[in-house]
Design a binder for this molecule. Sequence first.
Ligand code: GDP
Ligand code: GDP
Length: 436
Amino acid sequence: MSKPTVAIVGRPNVGKSTIFNRIVGERISIVEDIPGVTRDRIYSSAEWLNQEFSLIDTGGIDIGDEPFLEQIRQQAEIAMDEADVIVFLTNGREGVTAADEEVAKILYKTKKPVVLAVNKVDNPEMRSDIYDFYALGFGEVYPISGSHGLGLGDLLDEVIGHFPDKDQENYDEETIKFSLIGRPNVGKSSLVNALLGQERVIVSNVAGTTRDAVDTPYTKDGQDYVIIDTAGMRKKGKVYESTEKYSVLRALRAIERSDVVLVVLDGEEGIIEQDKKIAGYAHEAGRSVVIVVNKWDAVEKDEKTMKEFEENIRAHFQFLDYAPIVFLSAKTRKRTQTLLPMINKACESHSLRVPTNVLNDVIMDAIAMNPTPTHNGQRLRVYYATQVAIKPPTFVVFVNDPELLHFSYERFLENRIRDAFDFEGSPIKIIGRARA
Ligand code: GDP
Ligand code: GDP
């Protein structure tokens, strides 16, 4: 399901990242303690009154060496392209500046709702400073304080009031949505073409929002698929499209809308740090993952090459140990036909539910085999477990004290669950809860 998107724009130092962090709060990441996976605080999910949405801090997207004004103009354009609602942030302590007026000029061109917020209004006496901001011409003005957390409720009420009524995603439940992510030139577009060309499908764009226009639906063996945010099929030409942060943003958004993410690597060039970062995003979002090593035709190989490459991947992407790996060539189409079955499988794993009684047998056998650890003389006790969610499969394990359920024991339980049930391709989450 696609969530509405809100973007924050405004000149530097008005408090965009402060507000972003306030609204997002501290979200729990499933890979928090895995080194090498860094979080880019430009894009995150958020929630207000049970409404989920995605939030973008456009201030975090630097546009190369462009001059200051050009940077903020382009950030405003990104907001106009990507968001359903735009929060235009200004600074009440400085009043309306020329740069605010520049941002306003760009935003006048959008048909999307713009909500004007005046930040750093830290106390009620300062409220009289906001009147100048009405002159910017965006209707009501919302005084807020990011540092004190004031006024955010009213602002967010207004923001969610502008959300589109209906879910914009009009694909049905059975449709498998997948995306291809990877650094430039690994062969994502070639792979899409290979997949599509193989089936001689007519590529039709789904009508609707601009966002959906880059999705590519197709059908194979009676199964409907949508390739989300198809690389290379987007109209090019905007300056910011080539910036790294913007491509990260696109990737994150595509990941979020996918059931399965193909992490595409370049077999010829091998693995670099950027690949690891990109793979981390897929894992962190809790999507199923298939690792694709492309350009295998161009690799000089002997009987050990594939195995060595695989070991290299496993060493670099330890957090993706559940992801199957396929070596293929978009160019010669060798093994590209194995991809869809792997996607199907990964998608199936993502929504697999296991029976509670069998799950508990597995957990109890595991504990008998490898007794629970003790900490400061206290032993972890596991009472029972139950699957509470799919996409990704999530298990709550009831224990005496969740603090005693350490990562390594959690990992052990995860592995036993994986041995007993086929979750290939899908991450699984384990949450320790104190038994009431
Ligand atoms: P950005 O460049 O727009 O992302 O701005 P930041 O979020 O980095 O904030 C710029 C500065 O303003 C930081 O020093 C913040 O601590 C400060 N700041 C942010 N919100 C408030 C606020 O509500 N009141 C006050 N007094 N300072 C704030
Ligand atoms: P993207 O930026 O990830 O979409 O990458 P492209 O699909 O544009 O491919 C980048 C370059 O790699 C192009 O020159 C392709 O012809 C080449 N390429 C893509 N797939 C393969 C492959 O399987 N084998 C070889 N040898 N080259 C490939």
